[in-house]
Design a protein around this ligand. Structure first.
Ligand SMILES: O=c1ccn([C@@H]2O[C@H](COP(=O)(O)OP(=O)(O)O)[C@@H](O)[C@H]2O)c(=O)[nH]1
Ligand SMILES: O=C(O)[C@@H](COP(=O)(O)O)O[C@H]1O[C@H](CO)[C@@H](O)[C@H](O)[C@H]1O
Length: 309
């Protein structure tokens, strides 16, 4: 790591949370917190993720919202039964045709929620620790300069104790070490569990697909610098792991977003992969959406405007 990354790692990495939920509630004051779970066909896991967060409502967490990304399974019914508010991605900004992707629903969640602080948690987590949200909120509530907090964790892969975070280890981390060495100290740059201030999150674009995390990290670094970033140890994170080919498409989105944020040209979103059919290998080319959504503040300039509930 370069000197700046090393200094940041030493000063902005919490290897353990030195705070309690009660201390955070006291520190919160009049600030409000929205927890957002993006969900696409997560009927098997969304209730467990909600259950790990629901006890924090309404003290530390003011609203717990599942933003449905066009699920075709029973995600919505399961999430409602588990006690979350469920917003379909077209319930807000309904004049805008939805783009496919995780970033789209995270972007729309800004219009569906009202918290001064937002926490994003994936809905495909398996047995998430109930301390994920309080640990992510700690630096935001206790350190006035911090505006984005990334989680880090040990990432099991299927039956192995580690090996998860394949796109992180094989693409995102090497890419950051080349393009933004200052961010080389970020342990999980693609972590799907992170928290930020609305002030920051409404000021930056959102990549509509899987590039959303790398895009937000690069834009946050650009806007608030290393002092505005922090990372917290969340322990272990198990989730539904996608097959390698799907991660290839994800990596293509992340690469496009990262290059664009760093001012480098990238060919329009398309990826050719190869499949074996009998004794032949055939190309399988798919368009890879890489569009950005503009800063929410451009659409909703006045924070005093009533936010749709
Ligand atoms: O178009 C999408 C793709 C993903 N997700 C959600 O975003 C989170 C992370 O996506 P995924 O699990 O596919 O990514 P991975 O964790 O495998 O990298 C999960 O809660 C998904 O349900 C979503 O809301 N819309
Ligand atoms: O970190 C990674 O390499 C990928 C894939 O993780 P696994 O190899 O399936 O554990 O998972 C993350 O990347 C996505 C893109 O940023 C995020 O949206 C996911 O929340 C996160 O799980």
């Amino acid at each position: 790591m370069d000197a700046a990354a090393r200094a940041w790692f030493a000063s902005r990495t919490w290897q353990s949370a030195g705070w309690t939920v009660a201390e955070l509630v006291a520190a919160k004051g009049s600030r409000t917190v929205s927890v957002v779970l993006p969900a696409l066909n997560e009927q098997a896991t969304v209730a467990g993720v909600i259950a790990s967060i629901a006890p924090l409502v309404p003290t530390l967490v003011d609203e717990l919202v599942v933003v449905d990304s066009g699920s075709t399974d029973a995600t919505v019914e399961v999430a409602l039964a588990a006690g979350a508010r469920v917003v379909h991605r077209t319930d807000v900004l309904s004049d805008l045709e939805p783009l496919p992707g995780k970033g789209e629903v995270l972007w729309r969640s800004l219009a569906a929620t009202s918290g001064d602080l937002l926490v994003f948690v994936d809905s495909d987590l398996v047995d998430p620790d109930p301390m994920f949200v309080p640990t992510l909120l700690g630096p935001l509530l206790l350190e006035p300069d911090i505006q984005l907090v990334k989680g880090f964790y040990r990432r099991p892969l299927s039956t192995e104790d580690s090996g998860g975070g394949r796109v992180t280890e094989l693409m995102a981390r090497p890419l950051l070490s080349v393009l933004r060495p200052e961010l080389a100290g970020v342990i999980q740059p693609l972590a799907g569990e992170y928290a930020g201030t609305r002030r920051l999150l409404e000021a930056v674009p959102f990549a509509s697909g899987y590039g959303v995390e790398i895009g937000l990290l690069l834009d946050a670094h650009e806007r608030v610098g290393l002092p505005g970033l922090a990372q917290v140890n969340l322990g272990v994170r198990r989730h539904r792991n996608q097959p390698l080919a799907a991660l290839g498409v994800m990596a293509r989105q992340i690469l496009s977003t990262a290059l664009a944020r760093c001012g480098l040209p990238a060919a329009p979103g398309a990826l050719t992969q190869f499949v074996q059919v009998a004794d032949e290998w055939l190309p399988d080319t798919a368009a890879v959406p890489t569009a950005d959504r503009p800063p929410m503040r451009q659409l909703r300039p006045s924070p005093s405007l009533p936010r749709p509930r």
